[in-house]
Design a protein around this ligand. Structure first.
Ligand code: 7PM
Length: 337
């Protein structure tokens, strides 16, 4: 039985009413929430009619992640370490290319680097553990001195363990610690973890995605994964939650999740949002080549920020940084600025 979920109706207007509540302790605010309950249409109620516990969950400041304050949007740059069309030197060329990309993303303003050695794109085949280790760990070793937080994008406990030992601070698991039975124990030692929703595995997840109620199904799943992490001794303050755009979702499912992304604030954790260059952007934006999806990626990233997402996971850091700078100047003017 899942309880009602509360989606703050997020406002950005600088003229903030006295009875407004801060969204997750930040500059955005809300006075109403949408109540989402299974089998019922959503309805608006005043935030002040919520229980103190619910109000606090939605308005309390979120703890810093890896020492990074969450009072401004953080940009997570994507570093895929997957051998391209290189010759047999694929692994070393892939490592050198990944390190060069990491350096470029840091220079472009990335706050976090998300380093992954297993493509989890729809239809992709799993990568053996030793191969994933050989791809990811040398890159983490090479970039840990760049002065930015490092996230490892993996479903394997052994890869996460080695990555944390090599200096990573976020265990970013697209299976929300469900793929590898040893992952909960490794996550207990991680400074931070990201729990993402996915339906099915990369091989099959896009065949026929189906939900009773995509918003409540995703939110309830993440609530259950957060509870499982807490039961393993992982403090909620170290957990990021993520809707898993593109992971077992149709275009309509992705749009519904982005339209109501703020429902995830009901979990009391910072939200990580990753839509950059994904297939639904290509479909809706008539951009079959992922390299031409930057405008659509920026559009959905700014919508996520408007709903209070604290971390956005992107390929195009420089362009996103500029878009976030203008959005922030409009929405989060410096005090007295
Ligand atoms: C489909 C297209 C599936 C692209 C996966 C991808 C996320 C992630 C990836 C995300 C978090 C890609 C991704 N996506 N980790 N890893 N959130 N936390 O960018 O949305 O290739 S893989």
């Amino acid at each position: 039985m899942s309880s009602a979920r509360y989606r703050p109706i997020v406002e950005t207007d600088p003229l903030r009413p006295d009875d407004a509540l801060p969204l997750a302790g930040g500059r955005l605010w809300f006075r109403e929430v949408a109540v989402h309950e299974r089998g019922l249409p959503p309805r608006r109620i005043r935030a002040h009619d919520l229980s103190e516990a619910a109000r606090s969950r939605l308005s309390a400041p979120r703890a810093p992640i890896c020492g990074l304050a969450l009072d401004r949007p953080l940009i997570m740059g994507i570093v895929n370490v997957t051998p391209d069309s290189f010759s047999d030197g694929g692994r070393f060329a892939a490592r050198d290319a990944a390190v060069a990309r990491a350096e470029a993303l840091v220079a472009a303003g990335a706050d976090i680097l998300d380093i992954g050695g297993e493509s989890t794109r729809p239809g992709s085949d799993p990568v053996p553990e030793d191969e994933e280790l050989a791809r990811v760990i040398p890159v983490i070793e090479a970039v840990k001195g760049l002065g930015v937080a490092i996230s490892v994008d993996t479903r394997k406990a052994a890869v996460a363990r080695a990555a944390l030992d090599a200096g990573a601070c976020i265990f970013n698991d697209v299976s929300a610690l469900g793929h590898d039975p040893a992952s909960l124990a490794v996550a207990a030692d991680a400074p931070a973890i990201c729990l993402m929703h996915a339906q099915g595995d990369p091989k099959t997840m896009q065949l026929a995605p189906h939900y009773d109620d995509v918003l409540l199904d995703v939110t309830d799943y993440l609530a259950e994964r957060v509870a499982a992490a807490e039961a393993a001794g992982i403090a909620r303050e170290r957990i990021l939650v993520d809707p898993g755009i593109g992971f077992g979702k149709t275009i309509e499912h992705n749009l519904a999740l982005i339209r109501a992304l703020a429902i995830l604030h009901d979990l009391g954790c910072p939200i990580l949002f990753g839509a950059s260059r994904k297939r639904f952007i290509g479909s809706l934006g008539q951009a079959p080549d992922p390299m031409t999806r930057l405008p659509g990626s920026l559009a959905v990233a700014l919508e996520a920020l408007r709903q209070g997402a604290q971390v956005i996971r992107v390929h195009d850091v420089a362009e996103t940084r500029q878009a976030v700078a203008l959005w922030s100047a409009l929405v989060m003017p410096e005090p007295g600025g």
